[in-house]
Write a protein that binds this ligand. Structure first.
Ligand code: APR
Ligand code: PHB
Length: 394
């Protein structure tokens, strides 16, 4: 062992969850060290969704990392659901008494958090290999990692697993210490990022007999489109032309006619999965974000559920260090899971409402159609959709 360092909170994972927690704690005088397996460039190279709840945006401002989000992010007061050749608008602002969402790419948000860490002199160790938490069920946990031939150790009071679905943190909990809940959907999303003017200033979620489609955006000149594809498909099966032809088929005539296409600058397929682990704490290891739960992207909950975990954990750790009050830490898993499951339910419902399920029976088909018909026939049903989409209270 070449070096040992001490800190208060050891964070595994330099994605949005780990960085946001590190920044918020730093501003309250609590020390952290973030260990990230990849380089900063690699982390910022990942294209991810970008619809932020108002609660998340407020946390970014509290973390002193919200300026560019407020400058360049787009406030969206509504979105559309397209089906049967028509588009119907969900007026989020009117249905929720004024709440809206911000469309701002996760990549940009993560970049802002890195710059926030730099400004405050935060410690983020990149290219940390073989990261491993130890003694997590004791009062003196520590994390080891390797950089090249150097091995190092970080002694801390708490270890936070913000290392995503494939991270080491959840894996380090004994099997009998946790329970997992999962649903895997029989399709994926083929996403394309294209330097072309978005077809609509607001998002369009489309239900079609050929499958789901989504028209989203990153800026007035950068479009983000998705179509539902079988899990057996690969990116090579889809030329840009084939992608845009299929996308147009799934959209109402006026939208597909207005669509301006451009070469794809990113193209990838993501499987759809719902996943939750319980509890989100094991000893002095706390899980947050994708390390503990995954949602299909249909409800735009992934990043926002991660943010509510961080909100609860941040306040719990501040109470621990400033007031020696551990009630927040003791209630973290219960509080986080209560909101996580509501995000799970909403994401599953949006996915079930808008996708084509190959094995759906005629009865299921009718239920799906009726769910959509009921939605646009009831202000209360629309209000329920809207309050979930803008973000339920923390
Ligand atoms: N050691 C150190 N870092 C690791 C390890 C490891 N063993 N395994 C993974 N990581 C890093 C990844 O490289 C990644 O940068 O942990 C980070 C996890 O980041 P995310 O996967 O983005 O998870 P999170 O920060 O919780 O953000 C959740 O990301 O995937 C989206 O839809 C999801 O929007 C949600 C958001
Ligand atoms: C995106 O912009 O990538 C996006 C937006 C909304 C979603 C999913 C993805 O529900």
């Amino acid at each position: 062992m070449s070096s040992a360092t001490k800190t208060q909170v050891g964070i595994i994972g330099g994605g949005p969850s780990g960085l946001l927690l590190s920044q918020l704690l730093h501003l309250r005088g609590i020390e952290t060290i973030v260990l990230e397996k990849h380089s900063r460039e690699y982390v910022l190279g990942r294209i991810r969704a970008g619809v932020l709840e108002h609660g998340f945006a407020a946390l970014m401002r509290e973390a002193q990392a919200g300026d560019r989000m407020d400058r360049e992010g787009q406030i969206h007061e509504g979105f559309y659901i397209a089906h049967d050749g028509i588009r119907q608008r969900v007026d989020l602002k009117a249905l929720t008494g004024g709440n809206t969402v911000i469309v701002y790419g996760q990549t940009e948000l993560t970049r802002d958090l890195y710059e926030g860490r730099d400004r405050l002199g935060g410690v983020v160790i990149h290219n940390a290999e073989d990261v491993q938490p130890h003694d997590i069920d004791t009062s003196r946990p520590y994390v080891t990692y390797r950089q090249g031939d150097e091995t190092a150790r970080i002694d801390c009071n708490f270890v936070i697993g913000c290392d995503g679905f494939h991270g080491v943190s959840r894996q380090s909990i004994p099997k009998d210490g946790i329970r997992t809940f999962e649903r895997v959907y029989p399709f994926g999303w083929l996403g394309v990022l294209s330097r072309a003017r978005p077809v609509s200033p607001e998002l369009i979620y489309a239900k079609h007999e050929r499958g789901f489609a989504l028209c989203s955006l990153r800026s007035p000149t950068l479009s983000r489109y998705y179509i539902q594809v079988p899990l057996t498909d690969t990116v090579d099966d889809w030329s840009d032309e084939q992608f845009f032809d299929e996308l147009r088929r799934r959209l109402p005539g006026d939208v597909s006619e207005a669509m301006i296409t451009g070469p794809s600058i990113e193209k990838s397929i993501a499987p759809l999965r719902s996943f939750v682990v319980e509890p989100m704490r094991y000893g002095n290891l706390f899980l947050a974000g994708d390390a503990a739960h995954i949602v299909p992207p249909t409800g735009a909950r992934g990043l926002n559920s991660a943010a509510s975990d961080i909100y609860y954990l941040y306040h719990a750790l501040v109470d621990h260090y400033t007031k020696r009050d551990d009630s927040g830490l003791e209630n973290y898993s219960r509080r986080a899971l209560t909101r996580v499951w509501k995000g799970q339910r909403f994401s599953w419902w949006m996915t079930t409402l808008l996708h084509r399920f190959p094995d759906n029976s005629p009865f299921d088909q009718r239920l799906q159609e009726t769910d959509l018909a009921y939605l646009f026939s009831s202000q209360r049903a629309l209000a329920s959709l809207a309050e979930n989409y803008v973000g339920l209270p923390f």
